[in-house]
Design a protein around this ligand. Structure first.
Ligand code: COI
Length: 332
């Protein structure tokens, strides 16, 4: 059995090695190249491929894999939004993801960034660098005083809720699927409008679907409380960036922590030092003292990376051996 793992970074290599030692019957080859139309030919002769990349998996790539008789594709991440479901189904691909690699990694990061917003650390750092050690006017807010509106109560949202409760914040939640435990606690509101009307913080923990694209738009921001804080460590296109810029200008939004951006794939995880970066919304948002942008780093911990590598290799092995996996993605 032979698996080719694309896009393997230095920090992933030790975990690939460990997995190989635990699964000596499987031959794993790695490449640092991403899976695209130029590199797909490398997969010839393999039984499955393991991938992670933020750029799209094009239809042409799937066509080629199909022509090599390869139909087992395992993602090292959770999001499948850069894959065309129609193409996956057309060629009979079996795709797995890693739905749970470390919910805490993302939840902890999003809470950390909210704390940074509330305590105005970006402003303090900038003042400090200039030698200005005064407190005022950066008086801060306390987390325990917030009503945190958590949108999405899957694995990550639930860990975030536990952390927020630990800090003494009031939590309200919205999801189309209700978690029975949270239901018992009475955390759910019935509508997003109700959440927008009550929350002093809105934090997103949902996937990107056509139905959730730009869910935070002008209409949504208008329904929120004045001075609301926004946290997004899920997917950039959930927020209409221009609408967010307008809401920051008007003061409707007091601050935003964005680990993801609408058009991030061309810049995040690339070394942009000395390079021209044409992304006006990025420059606008990043220039603000009340906006924290990070390059999709919430997931990036030792535990998460280890699980992403090992779980995806095991899922690919399961697909090859048994034709299925408990991590099979159901494309509707
Ligand atoms: C995902 O798992 O889908 C993520 O968003 C993390 C990714 C940057 C590796």
């Amino acid at each position: 059995m032979k698996i080719l793992a694309y896009g393997i970074r230095e920090d992933e290599k030790p975990f690939v090695k460990e997995w190989e030692q635990e699964n000596p019957e499987v031959e794993v080859e790695i490449t640092d190249k991403l899976l695209d139309e130029e590199t797909v030919a490398m997969a010839k002769g393999f039984d499955g491929v393991v991938v992670y990349q933020q750029k799209p998996y094009t239809d042409a790539v799937f066509e080629k894999l199909d022509s090599y008789g390869i139909h087992n594709v395992s993602l090292r991440n959770v999001g499948v939004d850069n894959m065309n479901p129609a193409t996956v189904k057309k060629y009979g691909f079996k795709v797995t993801n890693v739905p749970v690699y470390s919910p805490a990694a993302i939840a902890e990061f999003s809470v950390t960034q909210l704390m940074n917003l509330l305590r105005r650390t970006k402003e303090y750092f900038h003042k400090f660098e200039r030698g200005d050690f005064r407190w005022a006017p950066q008086i801060s807010q306390e987390l325990n005083q917030q009503t945190v509106g958590v949108i999405g109560t899957g694995h990550i949202g639930r860990v975030a809720i536990d952390i927020y409760k630990g800090f003494g914040a009031k939590v309200i939640a919205y999801d189309v699927y209700h978690n029975p435990e949270l239901e018992k606690e009475g955390l759910y509101v019935d509508t997003l409008d109700e959440l927008y009307a009550k929350a002093t913080v809105v934090t997103l923990h949902i996937p990107l679907f056509p139905s959730t694209e730009h869910m935070l738009n002008k209409v949504a921001f208008d329904k929120m409380r004045d001075g609301v804080f926004i946290v997004n460590a899920s997917r950039g296109p959930l927020i209409d960036e221009q609408a967010l810029i307008n809401a920051l200008d008007s003061g409707k939004v007091a601050g935003a922590a964005l680990d993801v951006l609408e058009d991030e794939t061309k810049v995040f995880n690339h070394n942009m030092v000395g390079k021209n970066m044409t992304y006006p919304e990025f420059w606008n948002l990043n220039s603000r003292e009340n906006v924290l942008i990070s390059p999709h780093t919430a997931f990036y911990t030792n535990i998460a990376v280890q699980n992403m590598v090992k779980f995806s290799l095991s899922a690919n092995k399961d697909l090859i051996e048994t034709g299925t996996s408990d991590k099979l993605v159901k494309f509707d």
